[in-house]
Design a protein around this ligand. Structure first.
Ligand SMILES: [Zn+2]
Length: 473
């Protein structure tokens, strides 16, 4: 991390209070928001990297951040978005007269960090000064679970007084606006610390000591998440591919992610480190209750209903079952990589009441198929099995003589012409609980099973933390 002058403020108040206070004291200063989307592609780049570079560039020029940079995950069920549909927002206090300068730096940074030749990369930058209008907040909330149009993005930008620049195609406009409008102040949020690789190493295997990740996880498991996959033992903090992320550790506060990060032994040089405030691990995309009849392609949401038929296990291990609410029916698809979730789905029985969380994949024979990311089993029916009765004479198990032929005792041979099978209640393997996939198969947004309650609030001491992260480097 570039050298930074000593800490001048150690913010101890909630962000909003801080913003109100500062803008009251200095009427010429504005909170200035920059939204960035889609500077990454399969060919490299990472929008978080663009935001980290810009944040540090502005910081080094003496601008004061009003919060951590935000990593905002949007609707993960949009198929044309790369890697988890993340958009970024950064927030600084800027004097009215220096806003143009900040805008210029932002545009340059985005251009310099985008793999411009990559097809399907549509970088966009949005600028907004002052308070975030409610219309933009609502727009952003919808970007978590709906499919939004560029046309609407333009309308919202106009009404919110935001300026949006699309550098190639226009699709990035949606995310850049939605990032600014995200509600990470009051809604649930977590933190991620990301270390970036130096350019020379891009594309080569990432060198971190996996044993140290395991040690870190054992120590910080309660306050961080998705470090390891417990079933496979796989290390999840490092991505694969050409992007500049060496590793990222997710957790519930800046202290938590920083402490955990310091446990990990890096075996290659890093270019910079950044802590993001994020909606990862909050299930933010799964907050919308929907009826079967209202579902639209690529929406995320929640459907509550009764299981309609016996789950079918397809070749490959995927599980499909029908779910019916008072408006209609859907097919729920639970894919094999979801491990324990797919195993749970196999054990469902017709009549079970469940809440299915996920995204609309497509339509088959007139019914939507929902790709299930999480399953809340609300009520289990009794499992009853037909079995042959015991022999009245010797207590042995009877067997069927064939259709309409009655039963015969296997042990003593006693025949019972009129007897038929009896129903016996079986133990259900399934529990009335919430099933989620193992960490390796989770969405960025999926809430881990052990989330503490206090992620709903956090005091931000941005500069202090970014500096402490920088000390490490
Ligand atoms: Zn018998």
């Amino acid at each position: 991390m570039p050298n930074v002058s000593k800490i001048e403020h150690s913010y101890s108040e909630e962000r909003r209070a801080k913003v109100t206070l500062l803008t009251k004291q200095r009427p010429d200063i504005r909170e200035f928001h920059i939204g960035i989307d889609d500077t990454d592609s399969e060919m490299g780049g990472c929008t978080t990297y663009t935001a980290a570079v810009l944040f540090q560039e502005l910081f080094n020029r003496g601008f004061k951040p009003s919060d951590f940079p935000w990593l905002v995950r949007l609707n993960p069920n949009i198929p044309w978005k790369t890697r988890g549909n993340g958009a970024l927002a950064i927030h600084f206090f800027v004097d009215e007269e220096r806003i143009e300068e900040v805008q210029r730096i932002a545009m340059e940074t985005v251009e310099n960090t985008t793999v411009a030749s990559a097809r399907g990369t549509d970088p966009a930058v949005a600028f907004l000064r002052g308070q975030v209008p409610r219309a933009l907040r609502e727009y952003s909330a919808r970007a978590l679970h709906d499919v939004l149009s560029v046309r609407e993005a333009r309308t919202i930008a106009r009404s919110a007084g935001a300026e949006v620049h699309a550098l190639a195609g226009v699709r990035g406009m949606i995310g850049s606006l939605a990032a600014i409008g995200a509600d990470l102040d009051f809604a649930a949020h977590t933190f991620e610390i990301i270390a970036y690789r130096i350019k020379e190493n891009l594309g080569s295997p990432r060198r971190i000591d996996h044993e140290s990740v395991k040690v870190m996880n054992a120590k910080h498991d309660a306050r961080t998440f998705n470090n390891l996959d417990p079933e496979s033992g796989r290390v999840l903090v490092s991505p694969h591919g050409l992007d500049p992320v060496l590793l990222g550790i997710r957790g519930y506060s800046p202290d938590d992610v920083l402490a955990a990060f310091k446990e990990v032994q890096l075996c290659e040089e890093i270019e910079r480190i950044m802590i993001f405030r994020t909606n990862q691990g909050t299930d933010a995309h799964l907050g919308k209750m929907r009826r079967a009849v209202d579902l639209k392609p690529h929406q995320s949401g929640v459907i509550t209903g009764r299981v309609e038929d016996m789950p079918r296990v397809l070749r490959g291990g995927h599980v499909i079952f029908g779910l019916k609410d008072d408006s209609g029916s859907i097919d729920c698809a639970v894919y094999r990589p979801t491990g324990s979730l797919a195993m749970a789905a196999r054990d469902l029985l017709p009549g079970d009441r469940v809440r299915a969380f996920g995204g609309v994949r497509g339509w088959r024979e007139g019914r939507p198929t929902v790709n299930v990311e999480k399953l809340d089993v609300l009520h289990l029916v009794e499992k009853v099995e037909d079995v042959n009765p015991m022999c009245g004479k010797c207590g042995g198990r009877c067997e069927s003589m064939g259709r309409g032929q009655g039963l015969r005792c296997k042990k003593c041979g006693q025949r019972i012409e009129t007897a038929s099978k009896i129903q016996v209640r079986q133990q259900r393997q399934l529990q009335q609980t919430v099933y989620i996939p193992p960490p390796r198969a989770r969405r960025h947004l999926t809430m881990p099973d052990s989330t503490p309650r206090n992620i709903f609030q956090h005091i931000s001491r941005v500069e202090e933390f970014q500096l402490r992260a920088g000390d490490y480097n």
